[in-house]
Design a protein around this ligand. Structure first.
Ligand SMILES: CC(C)(COP(=O)(O)OP(=O)(O)OC[C@H]1O[C@@H](n2cnc3c(N)ncnc32)[C@H](O)[C@@H]1OP(=O)(O)O)[C@@H](O)C(=O)NCCC(=O)NCCS
Length: 153
C-alpha cells in the first residue's frame, strides 16, 4: 500500500461521500485542502482530506476507506501518515469533528486525539436529511483535537 498526496480532483467522490454525505460540503472544502490517498494495486482505496484553519491549526475533514478494504489497517496508516505530515508542516493542532458514538471515536483516540468540545445539534442543523449510523440518528458532534507539539512516546 502506498500513500500519495494528490489534488482534490484525483480523489474519488464516492469514497468521500461515505464519510460525509453532503456532496456540496465535500466540494466546498476539497479545493482548499491537502488530499492524501491510499493506493493498492494501482487503485485508490482510501482518502483523507485536511483543511488549514489557521497557521497553527488544521482540520481533518474526511477520512474514508472503500468498504471491501476496511478493517485491514489502511485507515490507521492513512491517519498516522497525515498526523506525521501535518506535524512536519509545523502545525500545532489537528482537529476533527465526529459523531458522539461509534467505532470512529476509538479510531481517532487510539492515535492520541482527545475530546475537546461538543456541538449540540450539529448534524440536525447542517445536513438536509437525518443521518443514521448503527440505527441511531446522529445529532450532536464531538470535536476532537490532537496536540502536535507534545513529545512523542
Ligand atoms: C473510519 C475508517 C476510515 C477506518 O478505516 P479502516 O481501514 O477500516 O480502519 P483500520 O482497519 O485501520 O482499523 C483501525 C481500528 O479502527 C476500528 N474499526 C475500524 N472499522 C471498524 C468497524 N467497522 N467496526 C468496529 N471497529 C472498527 C478497529 O478498532 C480497528 O482496529 P482492529 O481492526 O484491529 O480492531 C473506515 O472504517 C471508513 O471509511 N468508515 C466509513 C467512513 C467514516 O465513518 N469515516 C470517518 C468519519 S468521522
Amino acid at each position: 500500500m502506498m500513500i500519495e498526496e494528490v489534488t482534490g480532483s484525483e480523489v474519488p467522490m464516492g469514497l468521500l461521500l461515505q464519510a460525509d454525505p453532503s456532496k456540496e460540503k465535500v466540494e466546498g472544502y476539497l479545493s482548499r485542502s491537502r488530499c492524501f490517498v491510499a493506493i493498492l494495486k494501482g487503485q485508490v482505496v482510501g482518502a483523507c482530506i485536511v483543511q488549514p484553519v489557521s497557521a497553527d491549526v488544521q482540520e481533518l475533514m474526511n477520512i474514508s476507506v472503500a468498504p471491501e478494504y476496511q478493517r485491514s489497517g489502511i485507515g490507521r496508516k492513512l491517519l498516522q501518515h497525515v498526523i506525521v505530515s501535518t506535524r512536519r508542516a509545523k502545525v500545532k493542532r489537528l482537529e476533527v469533528g465526529t459523531g458522539t458514538f461509534g467505532y470512529q471515536l476509538a479510531f481517532y483516540q487510539r492515535e492520541g486525539f482527545r475530546v475537546d468540545a461538543i456541538e449540540k445539534d450539529f448534524f440536525l442543523s447542517n445536513y438536509d436529511g437525518p443521518i443514521y449510523e448503527d440505527g441511531i440518528q446522529l445529532k450532536d458532534m464531538l470535536r476532537l483535537a490532537l496536540d502536535l507539539e507534545v513529545e512523542l512516546g
